[in-house]
Write a protein that binds this ligand. Structure first.
Ligand SMILES: C[S@@+](CC[C@H](N)C(=O)[O-])C[C@H]1O[C@@H](n2cnc3c(N)ncnc32)[C@H](O)[C@@H]1O
Length: 421
C-alpha cells in the first residue's frame, strides 16, 4: 500500500464552509507566508503577521503570483470543497501538487438545508471561462431535463434570474441558497409568482426539484443522468400512437444519431405526433420540447412521456406560429421536423438557428426545398432514403419481408461536416 504523504507542501488549499477550521488548517495558516483567496475568504480567517495577503480577483493573475511565490509555504482559501468545481483543478493544471483540506460543498449544504438526498441529483456549473451565456444555457437545459438539479451560479449571465422563470414554468420546486455558512445565510423557496428578476445575495446555489420525483425510485448508483438509455430506437409499440402517425424505429435511429441529444442540449420536435422522437431525446438527457397542432396528440405525447419516465415540454398549436411561444425560452441546439411543410422549416431555421437539423420527409417533392432551405441558412446538408423491410411471419411459419414506406431523411449541420464534428 502506498501512503501519500506531503511533508512540506508548498501550497495548501483550505475549504471554508462557515464551520470552525480543523487543526491542520490552523497550522497551515500559521506557517503561511502568503495567503490567497477571495476577499470574503481572506476576511474570514486571521492571517499571520507579515503574511502576504493575495486577493484572487483575476484567477490567472493570482495563480501566476502564487506559483512564483518562493518565500515559504502558501495557503489558498476557497469555498466548500475546493476539489469540486474549485481551484484545485486550476492548480493542478499549472503543474502544482497542493495539499487539500476540504470543507463541505455548497451543494451538499444546500440539499441538507432542504432535507433531501443528492446522490440522484445532477450538479451543473454555469461558470464558463470562455462563453458565460453558453454555459448558462447548457446548465439550464440539463436542469430542466432532470428531476433534481443543483446549479452553481455565476455573476453576469448565470445569476439565478437566468434560470428561475423556466424552472418555475416547468413546475419545479425552486430554492436559492444564499451565502451558506455565513451569519446571513438564507435558503429561499421561490414562489411561482415571485419577482424572479430580484437581486439575490451572492454566492448562491439554485436547487430545482420535481416534487413528484424528488426521490429517485431506486437507490442511485451514479449521480446525475445515467448515460445512454437502456434501449433506443424503440419499437413503435413502445408508444401510444394514432394510426401510422409515428416515426418508425429505423428512421428514428438515424434521426437520433444526427440530432445528438445529450444532457445540456435542447431538442425541438416539430410536428411531434406521438412524441416518440422528443421522448427518445429526453431519454438521452436532452431537454425536449414537442410542438403539435392536434390536441389529442398533445395529450398522447404527455402520456407517452410519463410512461417513459421523462418530461417533455408540450406546446399545442400550429407551426410556425406556435414557435413564437418560445421567445425568451431556451434556444434549440437541434430541431427535428416530423411534420409541417416547407414554410415551417424555413421559418424555424430563420428564427432559431440550431446547430443540427433533421427532417423526415415522406414526400419526394420536399427533398429539394428542404435541402435548399438548409443550405440557404448556411448548413452543410446531407441526406439518405431509408426503406426498411422487416422480418415477418407467413402463415406456414416461413419468413417474409414486410416493406415499410420509404422515408427520406435530410439533415444539416451548422458549419460542420454533415456526419458530425
Ligand atoms: C467555483 S464554484 C465553487 C464550489 C465549491 N468548491 C463548493 O464545493 O461549494 C463557486 C460557486 O459555488 C457556489 N457557492 C460557493 N460558496 C457558496 C456559499 N457559501 N453559499 C452558496 N453558494 C456557494 C456558488 O454557486 C458559486 O458561484
Amino acid at each position: 500500500m502506498t501512503v501519500i504523504e506531503q511533508d512540506t507542501p508548498m501550497i495548501t488549499v483550505i475549504g471554508l464552509d462557515g464551520e470552525r477550521l480543523g487543526e491542520q488548517a490552523f497550522a497551515a495558516i500559521a506557517e503561511a507566508t502568503c495567503v490567497a483567496g477571495a476577499e470574503r475568504h481572506l476576511d474570514a480567517v486571521a492571517l499571520p503577521d507579515g503574511a502576504r495577503r493575495l486577493p484572487i480577483r483575476n484567477l490567472a493573475d493570482a495563480l501566476k503570483e502564487l506559483l512564483a511565490w518562493e518565500k515559504g509555504p502558501a495557503v489558498v482559501l476557497a469555498s466548500g470543497d475546493p476539489g469540486f468545481f474549485g481551484i484545485v483543478r486550476a492548480l493542478r493544471e499549472q503543474g502544482t501538487d497542493p495539499r487539500v483540506l476540504p470543507a463541505v460543498s455548497s451543494v451538499a449544504t444546500a440539499f441538507a438545508r432542504i432535507g433531501l438526498p443528492w446522490d440522484d441529483a445532477v450538479v451543473v456549473s454555469a461558470h464558463g471561462r470562455a462563453d458565460q451565456g453558453r454555459s448558462a444555457r447548457r446548465a439550464l437545459a440539463a436542469a430542466l431535463a432532470h428531476p433534481k438539479a443543483a446549479i452553481l451560479t455565476a455573476p453576469g449571465a448565470a445569476e439565478p434570474g437566468a434560470f428561475l422563470p423556466d424552472l418555475l414554468r416547468a413546475d419545479r420546486e425552486v430554492y436559492v441558497a444564499q451565502r451558506l455558512g455565513t451569519p446571513d445565510e438564507a435558503v429561499t423557496r421561490v414562489a411561482k409568482t415571485a419577482d424572479t428578476e430580484r437581486e439575490w445575495a451572492r454566492p448562491n446555489v439554485v436547487l430545482a426539484v420535481d416534487p413528484d420525483r424528488a426521490i429517485a425510485p431506486a437507490m442511485t448508483w451514479m449521480p446525475g443522468h445515467q448515460g445512454a438509455p437502456d434501449g433506443w430506437a424503440l419499437p413503435e409499440e413502445g408508444f401510444e400512437h394514432r394510426g401510422a402517425m409515428i416515426t418508425k424505429s429505423e428512421v428514428r435511429a438515424v434521426a437520433l444519431a444526427h440530432l445528438a441529444p445529450r444532457p445540456g442540449t435542447v431538442v425541438w420536435d416539430i410536428g411531434a405526433g406521438s412524441g416518440s422522437v422528443a421522448i427518445e431525446c429526453a431519454r438521452f438527457g436532452a431537454y425536449a420540447v414537442a410542438f403539435e397542432k392536434n390536441p389529442g396528440d398533445c395529450r398522447r405525447i404527455r402520456r407517452n412521456a410519463r410512461a417513459h419516465g421523462v418530461v417533455v415540454d408540450v406546446h399545442e398549436g400550429r407551426a410556425p406560429e406556435v414557435l413564437a411561444e418560445m421567445a425568451g425560452r431556451p434556444a434549440p441546439d437541434a430541431i427535428f421536423f416530423g411534420g409541417g411543410d416547407d414554410a415551417v422549416v424555413a421559418a424555424a431555421l430563420r428564427h432559431h438557428r440550431p446547430d443540427r437539423v433533421v427532417a423526415a420527409l415522406a414526400s419526394v417533392d420536399r427533398i429539394c426545398p428542404t435541402r435548399d432551405a438548409l443550405a440557404a441558412e448556411g448548413y452543410t446538408v446531407s441526406g439518405t432514403q431509408l426503406q426498411a423491410s422487416r422480418l415477418a411471419g407467413l402463415p406456414n411459419g416461413s419468413l417474409r419481408l414486410a416493406a415499410a414506406n420509404p422515408v427520406t431523411l435530410v439533415w444539416g449541420v451548422r458549419g460542420g461536416r454533415p456526419g458530425g464534428a
